[in-house]
Design a protein around this ligand. Structure first.
Ligand SMILES: N[C@@H](CCC(=O)N[C@@H](CSS)C(=O)NCC(=O)O)C(=O)O
Length: 243
């Protein structure tokens, strides 16, 4: 694949501070959307249409607790679109992923790396050909996902990040699923050295995470049941849509 065939867009939902990624092979037109947000489906599908792409997968990095996925709503708009989630997530999907699996999108490959700890089912998507990875909530720029619910486990998160993300080459770009400070991207080298949590020892990391005391996400009670059903069922009334 020629570099100019690679299409990459980082999209933002300012309500939940979520990044959605559109990745496509311009030559074949095949595309995948990662971590779509239900309120942004119109925007995202308009972009897909504007770029003349065919969306084949709507994938999530994990079952989110702070927003409802757009995967289900997209599926009702695009027959043939497959929802994708890790098997360990325990949620519904058309295609289940496990560590080491590869998603083919046109002529490029997305490697699936299990990075549990924020949740049991978290995965990181690695595009070696483009020297980048989408880290979901496992690794945020200068931060990481919280570990105080959804089977969160700080030691497991530390090991996931060190073994599966920090083992990538230093120059690989890392794109998170959220940002609360205005960052968009980082690199393996930056986070290995500058991440205030993950650059520490495992013991120090576990202590830092135990002391975070973050308030629960405001959408958690609505988001979890809906996301376990791919954003197709258990929706709050204001987000229901025609199938
Ligand atoms: N205030 C937000 C939720 C913020 C939050 O808890 N974010 C999560 C990822 S979404 S479950 C997280 O892991 N944050 C880590 C951190 O250090 O902030 C809301 O109400 O939606």
């Amino acid at each position: 694949m020629m570099p100019e065939d690679f299409i990459f867009r980082q999209l933002f939902d300012s309500e939940s501070c979520t990044y959605t990624y559109l990745i496509a092979d311009g030559a074949s037109g095949q595309a995948v959307i990662i971590d779509p947000v239900i309120q942004k489906v119109d925007r995202d599908l308009q972009l897909v249409a504007d770029l003349g792409l065919t969306l084949i997968y709507a994938a999530n990095t994990h079952v989110h607790a702070d927003h409802i996925t757009g995967s289900g709503k997209m599926k009702t708009r695009l027959p043939g679109l497959k929802s994708v989630l890790s098997e360990a997530s325990g949620g519904d999907a058309d295609l289940f992923l496990n560590h080491g699996d590869v998603l083919n999108v046109g002529s490029f490959e997305i490697e699936v790396r299990a990075t549990p700890g924020h949740t049991n089912g978290c995965v990181t998507y690695v595009v070696h050909q483009q020297r980048l990875a989408l880290t979901g909530d496992a690794l945020l720029v200068r931060g990481c996902g919280r570990t105080d619910f959804q089977q969160g486990n700080s030691a497991r998160l530390y090991q996931s990040v060190h073994e599966q993300i920090f083992s990538l080459p230093d120059d690989f770009k890392l794109f998170p699923a959220h940002d609360y400070k205005g960052f968009t991207v980082t690199t393996v080298k930056e986070e290995k050295t500058l991440n205030p949590r993950l650059s520490k020892s495992e013991e120090e990391f576990v202590a830092i995470m135990a002391g975070l005391n973050l308030p629960y996400p405001k959408m958690i009670d609505a988001a979890l049941p809906a996301n376990l059903k791919c954003g197709l069922q258990n929706l709050p009334e204001e987000l229901e849509f025609d199938e």
